[in-house]
Design a protein around this ligand. Structure first.
Ligand code: PGA
Ligand code: ZN
Length: 401
């Protein structure tokens, strides 16, 4: 059995130009490397990404944890993650930072897999059937991810075709068609891309939905894939005390529920993420009761990949799907517990990038290895295509046995 001989941390540049943590877990058999992404519309109930002093303090804390890691055996993820919790000593990774913890936890998982001559997705799925997720790609955006964009954060497409590769290219076709339509609508304007490489333009939410619908029609004709609409409202970002502010009008919680239920019906929306405030389990339950049989209602900021919060949602019938972001909870073991609870409870699972990303493609492996149903990771842009292209390689490898 291989042992950890060294653990190294470094500051690397993320897709927004901010520093983030990358960790190497080194053994005599293999080196596992992973880095942490970062959010812009972070949920209040996520673990702390870095201690109070920021990334530099996280890096100082790492030195102490690295000391504890050296000498530990590989291939005992639960034991390693328990060590991370013990070294931190809080329930929200306030001392070492969830981003340092998650980079260590995932780097350990990779080192373990590689030391047994497996890729991570293979090590996670030994003995289980493997399947590729369905990609959900960001097409038009605003909210916290762009200035002067839409109120709702993300307008996405969800494509199903014969293979992962065809599905991902179908989302790319939606992105290209949306670009064409936007250039036609705003001939005088320099169009931009937001943090996740979705189009940014001065559009109302309704206009964004119209353009997305048209782009999806064109892409469906072009690719023959089955493509649907998906929206991440990230509603906590424009909710204050139970009222939702859309610039020109303010909606109560009841009105917000009726409004999004109506949108879902009008545009045939397949999935709605965070349509209500991150604390409003009751509102989520009422909306799920209303449209949950037809629409995926995904809790991101609501659940923050946290098993206890998911358990509460299951008890109340709040949402019917969960977004999974490893750095919201800090360790792979905690994330797996949450995924397993979701699956046992018939909640759909969607693994996700963050708006600030690196070229790390670990979530592609987690999606396949853990049988996660969907992956939300942008449509284009190197830090997003890193995940798609890894899934294309995994698909090829699975096909070739
Ligand atoms: P993030 O949010 O900016 O916190 O990564 C993305 C999302 O809401 O899904
Ligand atoms: Zn979200």
């Amino acid at each position: 059995m291989a042992e950890i001989t060294n653990a190294v941390i470094r500051k690397i540049i993320d897709s927004r130009g901010n520093p983030t943590a990358e960790v190497d877990i080194i053994s005599n058999r293999a080196v596992g490397r992973a880095s942490a992404p970062s959010g812009a519309s972070k949920g209040t109930f996520e673990v702390k990404d870095y201690p109070g002093g920021g990334i530099d303090q996280g890096i100082r804390a790492f030195e102490r944890v690295a000391h504890m890691a050296v000498g530990m055996r590989l291939s005992d993820q639960k034991n390693f993650d328990a060590m991370l919790h013990e070294a931190d000593g809080t329930n929200d990774f306030a001392r070492i930072g969830g981003n340092v913890a998650v980079a260590m936890s995932l780097a350990y998982a990779k080192a373990s897999a590689l030391s047994e001559n497996m890729e991570l997705y293979q090590a996670l799925s030994t003995g289980k059937a493997k399947s590729l997720p369905i990609p959900i790609g960001n097409i038009i955006g605003g909210g916290r991810h762009a200035i002067n964009g839409t109120t709702m954060q993300e307008f996405l497409s969800l494509a199903r075709a014969g293979s992962y590769s065809e599905s991902a290219f179908a989302n790319v076709s939606v992105h290209k068609n949306a670009g064409k339509l936007l250039r036609g609508k705003f001939p005088q304007l320099s169009l931009g891309l937001g943090d996740e490489k979705a189009w940014v333009a001065p559009l109302s939410d309704d206009e964004a939905l119209e353009i997305l619908s048209d782009a999806i029609k064109a892409a469906s004709d072009e690719t023959k894939a089955d493509i649907g609409l998906s929206v991440d409202l990230a509603a906590s970002e424009f909710c204050d005390n139970g009222t939702y502010s859309y610039g020109d009008r303010i909606l109560s919680t009841d009105e917000q529920i009726d409004f999004v239920a109506d949108l879902a019906q009008r545009f045939g929306i397949r999935s709605l993420e965070d349509p209500l405030d991150e604390s409003d389990f009751d509102g989520f339950a009422r909306l799920t009761k209303k449209i949950g049989s037809k629409t995926m209602i995904i809790g991101d900021d609501l659940f923050v990949t946290n098993k206890e919060r998911l358990q509460k949602g299951i008890g109340m019938g709040a949402a019917n799907a969960i977004l999974i972001k490893p750095n919201q909870i800090g360790t792979l073991s905690d994330m797996i517990d949450t995924v397993e609870l979701a699956k046992r409870s018939n909640y759909k699972t969607v693994i996700s990038h963050r708006s600030g990303e690196t070229e790390d493609s670990t979530i592609a492996h987690l999606a396949v290895g853990l049988g996660i149903g969907y992956i939300k990771t942008g449509t284009i842009g190197g830090e997003r295509t890193a995940k798609h292209n890894e899934l294309i390689r995994i698909e090829e490898r699975m096909r070739n046995g």
